[in-house]
Structures are given as structure tokens and as C-alpha cells.
Ligand binder design. Structure first.
Ligand code: ASP
Length: 325
């Protein structure tokens, strides 16, 4: 079995983004902090099953923990846009009936994944943006935080560096020139789950790219690009969002299985290496699971914060390695 492949009866698989800190700069203290946060997220997903919850409950619980951590680029640790404002995107999809919810460009929301869940459950729409999404959040009694909650020193430093790098450029900074330097421009979080009843779900949440143009939306809240779930598989992506949108990456995994008769591992490998790396090296990765409990954690970057937990609570977390084809 490839190191990126796991098998379970039911379980949760998570990522904390491909924008990993360069391995030589990772300190033992920081590594322990990442490991602990990933394990906490996995435990929350596992607990959702123990409480009788569905795959949707598990992915929301797992993503919520990472949104609450300042370590990842989602929720509390979100990147700033070019104005120095945190705007966040999130989405969620249930495989059994292909119901989905998404939000983009929201500010002040503690857990955008929960808002996406509410859009799915309580609105007649699928995707709400900006002030409208925030008004919907208020109508649902969703927790808000003031700007200081999101004001992490690390993201301030990244914004300053991103601004320096982009001086003189006509385009906003993108992921590719940044991964090796480990500046963490990308640390989107996501989860996929197969519940004990065979239900699948995927969720993804992000602050987007550091110093992004005001109004920019990446793949994370776009169903079929950053997130997808069907009766076959559930997929959550991280990486250079514009490429994930152009190539409908999350949906492509499903499509190769549905129409090309591929196994999950084949579909994921083709998408991450041919569709993504074939066009732009070091462009990202994804986690995916199918109804048989095959799970893939695949990336074409030097690392991806990631982990999985199975029905018995067996789990594993990792950051680097397994990036070769
Ligand atoms: N995909 C995200 C975006 O483009 C970034 C990431 O994965 O970290 O907004």
C-alpha cells in the first residue's frame, strides 16, 4: 500500500493545508503543536460518530477545531487580504443527497464551516456571500468575533512579507513561489468522513491566500472545485485555488470514478499529479474517501498537514513526505 493510502470501516480524514512550514524551519515545539491540533481535530470527528452523528457532523466537528486554532489558515488563524482584513470562505457537502452549503468573503465569523452548514440546513439556497451571508449568520444567532480575535502575529508577519514580495507585481501572490520558503500562505483546513451507516461528507474552510486582492474567492467554497461529496466519494482540497477552480478538481475525482471506472486511488493520483502538477508543479493536494472506506491523502507539494482516524480510534498524523509519485 502506498503511504498515502489507508483503509477503514468508518473514519475521518483531515488536512490542514499544503502550505507547510519548510521542514528545516520546523521546531520540535511547533511540530508538537501541529500534531496536537491535528489529533484534537481527529478526536472531535471520532467523537461525533460515538455520539451517533453522521459524516456531516464529523466533518463539521473536525474542521471547527482547526478553525479555532491559530495554527491554520482558517477561522482564527486566517490570512489577511490586501487591506489587512480577514475574509473567510467555507463549504460543506453531503454525499447521500448531494445537499451542500457554502459561504464566501465573510468577516467576523468564528466558525465559517458552521455557517456553511446552516446555509445547507436552514436556507433555501446553497451559497451566500459577504454581508448577506453575515446577515444570515446574525439571523441564525451565529457567534461573531471582533477583529482582535483574528489578529495573530504570525499572519501579520506573513502579510508584511507577502506585501514585500508582491511589490512591483501586477498579480497577487500565489501559492507556488511560497511553499518551499514555508511562509504558510496556504493552510486551508478540510475533512472528509465515512460514517458507520455508509454516509459520506466533505468540508473545507479557509482564510484564502495572504495579501489576496479584496474580493478574491478561491476554490474552497466552490462545490466541485475545493469540496465535493457524492454517493461514491468525498473530497476536500487545498492549494492554489485558481487551478482547482479551472480544473474542477474535487468533482474530477468523482467523475473519474463514475465515468472512467477508476478506483479512488487512481482517480486521486491522476488528478493531483496529471491535472494539477502536470500544469503547475507544487500546486496542492487533497484528502478523499470512498464508500468502501478507502482513503487517500495525496499532495504534490513538500508537505501537507494531515491525519486520519478509524472506527476504533486508531489514528495517524503527518506533515511531510509522500510527495513523490
Ligand atoms: N485553496 C485555498 C485558496 O485558494 C488556499 C489553500 O488551500 O490554502 O483560497
Amino acid at each position: 500500500m502506498k503511504p498515502s493510502t489507508v483503509q477503514f470501516e468508518s473514519g475521518v480524514v483531515i488536512h490542514g493545508g499544503v502550505g507547510t512550514i519548510a521542514e528545516h524551519r520546523m521546531t520540535p515545539v511547533l511540530r508538537d503543536a501541529y500534531d496536537a491540533a491535528l489529533r484534537e481535530s481527529l478526536a472531535a470527528g471520532h467523537q461525533a460518530f460515538a455520539d451517533g452523528g453522521s459524516a456531516v457532523d464529523a466533518v463539521v466537528a473536525a474542521v471547527r477545531i482547526m478553525e479555532d486554532s491559530p495554527l491554520f489558515n482558517a477561522g482564527r488563524g486566517s490570512n489577511y487580504d490586501e487591506r489587512g482584513v480577514v475574509t473567510m470562505d467555507a463549504s460543506l457537502m453531503r454525499g447521500t443527497d448531494r445537499e451542500a452549503g457554502a459561504v464566501a468573503g465573510v468577516t467576523g465569523i468564528r466558525n465559517p464551516v458552521e455557517l456553511a452548514h446552516l446555509v445547507m440546513e436552514r436556507s433555501e439556497h446553497l451559497f451566500l456571500i459577504g454581508e448577506g451571508a453575515e446577515a444570515f449568520a446574525a439571523s441564525q444567532g451565529v457567534d461573531r468575533e471582533d477583529a482582535s480575535y483574528f489578529d495573530t502575529e504570525r499572519r501579520q508577519q506573513e502579510l508584511a512579507r507577502a506585501r514585500q514580495r508582491s511589490e512591483g507585481r501586477s498579480r497577487p501572490n500565489v501559492l507556488g513561489d511560497d511553499v518551499d520558503a514555508g511562509e504558510g500562505k496556504s493552510g486551508t483546513v478540510g475533512a472528509v468522513a465515512l460514517d458507520p451507516r455508509g454516509g459520506l461528507a466533505a468540508a473545507t474552510s479557509t482564510g484564502g491566500m495572504a495579501n489576496k486582492t479584496w474580493g478574491r474567492v478561491g476554490d474552497t467554497p466552490i462545490i466541485g472545485a475545493g469540496t465535493y461529496a457524492s454517493e461514491r466519494c468525498a473530497v476536500s482540497c487545498t492549494g492554489w485555488g485558481e487551478y482547482f477552480i479551472r480544473n474542477a478538481i474535487a468533482y474530477d475525482v468523482h467523475a473519474r470514478m463514475a465515468h472512467g471506472n477508476r478506483a479512488l486511488s487512481e482517480a486521486v493520483e491522476e488528478v493531483v499529479w496529471d491535472e494539477l502538477a502536470g500544469r503547475i508543479p507544487r500546486s496542492g493536494g487533497l484528502v478523499a474517501v470512498d464508500t468502501q472506506g478507502n482513503a487517500e491523502l495525496c499532495f504534490n507539494t513538500p508537505g501537507m498537514y494531515r491525519g486520519w482516524i478509524d472506527q476504533d480510534g486508531r489514528s495517524e498524523v503527518a506533515i511531510y513526505g509522500a510527495a513523490s509519485r
